[in-house]
Design a protein around this ligand. Structure first.
Ligand code: RIB
Ligand code: CA
Length: 312
């Protein structure tokens, strides 16, 4: 079977980095390109970090594009308090040597979706949805050409992580999220409800370190750094590996379960801005617009992750 064509849209971020490594280690996936967006840290750092991760994966030929450096209508909110100043704090990382593509990420998204046969490219947003929404606004003809969007973002039972009501990726650019959730593209959502069940416990981190490879050691050191924030805040046994859930779903969807429901985005109330209003109990007549994932087989997820990272 031909590998599945994907574009990863990302704001690395340690968890984004693990997701990129998983994708590049998996022959079932053909990563057509990686588009960086401002999010966890500003764009100059997210595009640099994306290239650092591609080189760590031994894939310097991967095309990395810089996209939008700010949300559609709002001031950028970043998350250095979680990811550190560089966005990849933890281990010392050398600057990348591989080039950044000249083309803007939004133009790459449009050009690729127009060039590839329709409904053969899956978009995998791991950060704020600014690049995707900007491409949809600039070239509405590409919307029906997208095979599927599998994204990390939102929350319902888990409520927010950047405000009491909102998850970070949606909160940073709620207008962009509204465009994506209303686009009609087949949508799979990995909210905090599921990613908070993918925790990097000590044995799971040690399994990465035990690989004895540079990627394995980097993943262990990233999660060592990344978990301190969530353990302090939630008292949890480790950090949630949010973004790798998106790639793992593509590799083994049976690791996950959820419901086809309606999800709308709060874009006006300052109190609940960026909230994903998920009609989990179907109390409204609003039509379902996404598969909203609520559960994960965490052991199977970490087995897949460790096996694949071990191949790099
Ligand atoms: O809320 C978690 C999400 O925000 C993850 O994608 C993390 O990388 C940050 O982008
Ligand atoms: Ca991210």
């Amino acid at each position: 079977m031909a590998p599945r064509k994907i574009i990863i849209d990302t704001d690395p971020g340690q968890d984004d980095a693990v997701a990129i490594l998983l994708a590049l280690a998996s022959p079932e996936l053909d990563v057509l390109g990686i588009t960086a967006v401002a999010g966890n840290v500003p764009l100059p750092l997210t595009q640099k970090n994306a290239r650092i991760v591609c080189e760590l994966a031994g894939r310097p030929e991967t095309r990395v594009f810089a996209g939008c450096d700010a949300p559609l209508k709002r001031k950028l909110v970043t998350a250095e308090h979680v990811h550190g100043k560089t966005g990849l704090d933890g281990p010392k990382m050398d600057d990348p040597v591989m080039p950044l593509q000249d083309q803007h990420a939004v133009d790459f998204l449009i050009e690729t979706l127009r060039a590839e046969p329709e409904k053969t490219v899956t978009l995998c947003p791991l950060g704020p949805l600014t690049n995707i929404a900007t491409a949809f606004l600039k070239a509405p003809d590409i919307i029906p050409r997208v095979q599927e969007i599998v994204l990390m973002g939102g929350a319902y039972f888990e409520v927010g992580n950047i405000t009491p009501a909102a998850e970070f990726n949606i909160y940073v650019d709620p207008e962009a999220a509204e465009i994506v959730f209303k686009s009609g593209v087949p949508l799979v959502v990995m909210p905090l409800d599921v990613t908070h069940k993918a925790l990097t416990t000590r044995p799971r981190i040690e399994a990465f370190r035990a690989l004895g490879t540079k990627p394995g050691t980097m993943v262990a050191e990233w999660t060592d750094f990344f978990e301190r924030f969530d353990m302090e805040k939630y008292g949890s046994q480790g950090a949630p590996l949010h973004d790798p859930c998106v790639i793992a779903y593509l590799l083994d969807p049976y690791l996950f379960s959820g419901r086809e429901i309606n999800v709308e985005i709060e874009t006006t109330s300052e109190l609940t801005l960026g909230m994903t209003v998920a009609d989990w109990w179907r109390v409204t007549k609003r039509p379902a617009n996404c598969l909203f994932i609520g559960d994960i087989q965490a052991d199977g997820f970490f087995r897949l992750l460790t096996d694949r990272i071990g191949r790099l």
